[in-house]
Design a protein around this ligand. Structure first.
Ligand code: PLP
Length: 406
């Protein structure tokens, strides 16, 4: 038989969070090494449990959730999502505007398949959550990266966005709160982004999966609150992070703005949704319980809460390492520190991460894996408890000290 090759469509697609670095970590584990994996934002392995009511709901509905559901999602879940947005001030949110998916991941891919034509340019932040870049490429589009400004708390560089808009630009991706930087955008920034979309007739894709993981005085502003009826906005969120059930695969998408101008696109999106039948039905049932009930997130994000304390500890410890600077995260589950190139002249940051892994048995993800243009950052997941984080960052500090000594 001839050699079987991957499709050409995958030529420009990368997803380094689970790429060669994870393969190397698994190889080391198979040899008996204990690897501290700080590369994936998945709370469960770090001792975070889902709210009991959500688990009970899944179990309760298993017997009756054996069949396919409506491809856009079960009515109670879509209603719960619509009502959630209504309660957040988006009064026009309607059950028909909601699609439920197997996590936000599936919805990102579905939406881009339905929206992007070959050669269309979609503006994606750098750094980004790399599924966005990969899914734009896979759908035949061209991801065009706009910079976020580390000096300005990782806010999107509005001038850079404007300078990258061409007649082929069709969409603008916003990730707020941001993975990997931990930035939470001010109201002014969100309004300015919407204004760019309005002036250039762009559809906004607003990934808000970390909307409830906010620290200190950070406030999350839904992009859709500012788009009025003249900018089409797709808002993405789900249960994975705030409700700590990444494995259930429960996410949603809300369409808002001038839907009457988007009928054809929405018909296409429904077609794509139909083709994959539906999202995991037991997990869809859990959405109403999650959004409708009282599920305290405050115990994690306030002072003394694990998400908060661990993020601040990681941030402090990283900044204490010579030649390392980390912008304080205002939300989400990550730090994205910079390695001063004068102190650490790294040419290939994936190799840097692999060297760190082999030497200290810590797995982090290199910055270029998030489409950051220069090899001088890495992302650390702040989910491990304080003891494990201290150990992990201590070992990173040791490794960096060895580099400085050479
Ligand atoms: N969007 C962002 C910014 C993420 O960080 C992640 C997961 O890490 C996702 C989407 C995917 O989430 P889900 O588990 O809902 O597929």
């Amino acid at each position: 038989m001839r050699r079987i090759k991957q499709s050409q469509k995958l030529k420009n697609v990368r997803y380094d969070v689970r790429g060669p670095i994870l393969v190397e970590a698994q190889r080391l584990e198979a040899m008996g090494h204990r690897i501290l994996k700080l590369n994936i934002g998945n709370p469960a392995p770090f001792g975070f449990e889902a709210p009991a009511a959500i688990v009970a709901d899944m179990v309760h509905h298993l017997p009756e959730a054996q069949g396919y559901s409506d491809s856009r999602g079960i009515f109670s879940a879509r209603t719960a999502v619509a009502q959630y947005y209504q309660s957040r001030g988006l009064q026009d949110a309607h059950v028909d505007d909601i699609f439920i998916g197997n996590g936000v991941s599936e919805l990102i891919s579905m939406v881009l398949q339905a929206f992007v034509d070959d050669g269309n340019e979609i503006l994606v932040p750098a750094p980004d959550y790399p599924l966005w870049t990969g899914a734009v490429s896979l759908s035949g589009g061209t991801p065009v990266h706009y910079l976020c400004d580390e000096e300005n708390g990782w806010m999107p560089d509005l001038e850079d966005i404007e300078s990258k808009i061409t007649e082929n630009t069709h969409g603008l991706v916003i990730i707020n709160p941001n993975n990997p930087t931990g930035a939470v955008y001010s109201e002014e920034t969100v309004k300015a982004l919407v204004d760019i979309a309005r002036r250039h007739d762009l559809v906004i894709f607003s990934d808000e999966i970390y909307e409830k993981i906010l620290f200190g005085d950070a406030v999350h502003h839904h992009t859709a609150a500012y788009t009025d009826d003249d900018v089409l906005c797709l808002t993405f969120s789900g249960l994975s992070k705030a409700y700590r059930v990444c494995g259930y695969r429960a996410g949603w998408l809300m369409v808002s703005g001038p839907k009457h101008l988007a009928e054809d696109f929405l018909e296409g999106l429904t077609l794509v949704a139909n083709m994959r039948m539906c999202a995991n039905v037991p997990a869809q049932h859990a959405i109403q319980t999650a959004l409708g009930g009282y599920q305290s997130i405050e115990e994690f994000i306030g002072p003394g809460g694990r998400f908060y304390e661990q993020s601040m500890l990681a941030h402090r410890m990283l900044n204490d390492i010579p030649g390392v600077s980390s912008v304080e995260p205002k939300g989400a589950l990550y730090c994205f520190p910079k390695l001063d190139p004068e102190v650490y002249p790294i040419k290939d940051d994936q190799q840097f991460v692999i060297d760190l892994l082999r030497s200290k048995h810590i797995l982090v993800t290199h910055g270029t894996g998030f489409n950051w243009p220069t090899p001088d950052h890495f992302r650390l997941v702040t989910l491990p408890d304080v003891t494990m984080l201290e150990e992990a960052i201590g070992r990173i500090a040791e490794f960096l000290a060895e580099i400085r000594a050479t």
